[in-house]
Design a protein around this ligand. Structure first.
Ligand code: FRU
Length: 498
């Protein structure tokens, strides 16, 4: 009996261990997006470039595949496409969870943590969370981010408030000081602080409430963006997350105050899909590099229930921003970072330009590809491409020419019942004008993530789907009239995890 029991317990342990082993070949596992090997992630944190490495830290539960015990997970990349996982960076300790924050390279050793002849210290500034107080804390690394020490006099900024979080810090070169953007979530306010040494912070100004205030504000960021047709000119962009979506403001920052120059009554989003949240940009990028943002490709309405294991949640593709002024509005142009193309398989499918009326199946089956297409839509119908097609299932990337809107729709996809909010949030759309009668799309489908960039970045949308493995078809469609499809190209994508 004893032998039987120990054999049985070994068997159970093996099953448990097996459940914890990541192969990166699991159903729904993104192959060219970042995801942790095992367990939960939400926001990207501390995005910073240093000594040839792009770091990603991320909100992580090291123990379970759901939110809790928040800790900073860590990985590095040379190209923002292939990632190497590293040990957990900053751990929950003494009842203080490590919430979202930022990382900077303190090249001038303003903090004094650097050592003679040692590398520039990397400084993480994050929210220390307890049930009663959120305050801003600091940790430093003297070995390029491999090991971290919490500052002994934490917190460095404390308003004794329950909600006060998500600091984003950057070097404001003109004023020779550090600036922190941090939110008061319930008040819908971003506060700006400044510091000479990253340790002592003084309030500069506040922004908000403004734009979308339907949910709490989280994860602010403030950064410069080059103007598309005048790359030597920069404007300042302020972003934040509002419960389940992000918004941006564009204008000027004079070192003290941010001024929005876009119409105050309109809401602008860097992404109009359901699964783009908590995005922040890289610090310390080489000069003349446009800002690069990574966001969490999930939504708090259903994030904890998505049917993936042994990991939960992934990041979006890194996105590059520029700004265009159209009809007195500053609009973000959002493009996938160059580099992901290196995962395209050599052979690709190119279709002759032709008219589509109804559904037309493409002779290629995949849940892992990049696609480009140009549509001259019929004047009054919907047209676009269906993904994950099979067994009456599909997800639609479409354009409605009557309403002039780009949309994503997952209502006909398999596997929605894991959460009723997921099933209810199935259709997302955004206004998009045709350009001389054309809609130009770049679509990425990575097993459970669809990302769409339209008209050279004038709109971007991200949506998760959880298709059956057999739902691999791709179908062009045009309902209520004929549409002309040209420049249709499809590349199957290799895995970045092999
Ligand atoms: C945003 C957020 C942040 C917080 C973190 C906690 O998704 O709620 O405001 O720091 O997640 O995990």
């Amino acid at each position: 009996m004893k032998n039987f029991l120990s054999a049985f317990s070994l068997f159970i342990t093996c099953i448990a261990l097996h459940a914890q082993t990541a192969t990166y070949k699991e159903q729904y596992r993104p192959q060219f997006h970042f995801s942790p090997a095992i367990n939960w992630t939400n926001d990207p944190n501390g995005l910073v470039y240093n000594n040839g490495e792009y770091h990603i830290f991320y909100q992580h539960n090291p123990f379970e595949n759901k939110w809790g015990h928040m800790t900073w997970g860590h990985a590095v990349s040379k190209d923002l496409v292939h990632w190497q996982h590293l040990p957990v960076a900053i751990k929950e300790e003494n009842g203080i969870m490590i919430f979202s924050g930022t990382c900077v390279v303190d090249k001038n050793n303003t903090s004094g943590f650097g050592q003679k002849n040692g590398p520039a210290p990397m400084i993480a500034i994050y929210t220390g969370h307890t049930d009663t107080i959120q305050s801003q804390h600091l940790a430093y690394s003297l070995d390029n981010g491999r090991t971290w020490t919490k500052y002994k006099n934490n917190p460095i900024l404390n308003l004794h408030k329950k909600d006060f979080r998500d600091p984003k810090v950057f070097w404001y070169a003109k004023g020779k000081y550090w600036v922190m953007a941090v939110v008061l979530p319930q008040e819908h306010k971003v506060q700006f602080y400044h510091s000479k040494n990253l340790l002592h912070w003084d309030l500069l100004s506040e922004f908000g409430p403004a734009g979308d205030t339907t949910g709490i504000w989280e994860c602010p960021d403030l950064f410069q963006v080059p103007v598309a047709d005048d790359p030597l000119k920069n404007k300042w962009v302020l972003t934040m997350s509002i419960s389940t979506a992000m918004q941006y403001f564009a204008g000027e920052f004079d070192g003290v105050v941010f001024t929005n120059e876009n119409p105050a009554d309109k809401i602008y989003r860097p992404d109009y899909g359901p699964d783009f949240y908590a995005g922040i940009t890289y610090n310390n990028l080489p000069i003349l590099r446009k800002p690069v943002m990574i966001a969490w490709a999930n939504n708090w309405e259903y994030a904890n229930d998505i049917p993936t294991k042994p990991w939960k949640s992934a990041m979006t593709l890194p996105r590059v921003f520029s700004l265009s002024k159209l009809n007195s509005e500053w609009l973000l142009r959002v493009q996938p970072l160059e580099g992901v193309e290196k995962l395209r398989e050599k052979d690709f499918m190119a279709l002759e330009s032709h008219i589509v009326n109804g559904n037309e199946n493409i002779n290629l089956k995949s849940q892992q590809f990049e696609m480009e297409l140009d549509i001259q839509p019929s004047s009054n119908g919907t047209s676009g491409v269906k993904l994950a097609v099979g067994n009456n299932h599909y997800a639609e990337v479409g354009y409605n020419s009557a309403t002039q809107k780009l949309y994503l729709d997952r209502s006909n996809c398999a596997n929605q019942s894991f959460n009723k909010n997921f099933a209810n949030l199935f259709h997302f759309e955004t206004p998009l004008n045709e350009i001389n009668g054309h809609i130009k799309l770049r679509v990425f489908f990575d097993n459970s993530i669809i990302e769409v960039f339209a008209n050279d970045g004038l709109a971007a949308m991200t949506m998760q789907v959880f298709p059956d493995a057999a739902d691999k078809g791709i179908t062009l469609f045009s309902n209520n009239g004929s549409s002309f499809f040209s420049n249709v190209k499809i590349w199957k994508m290799k895995s970045a995890w092999e």
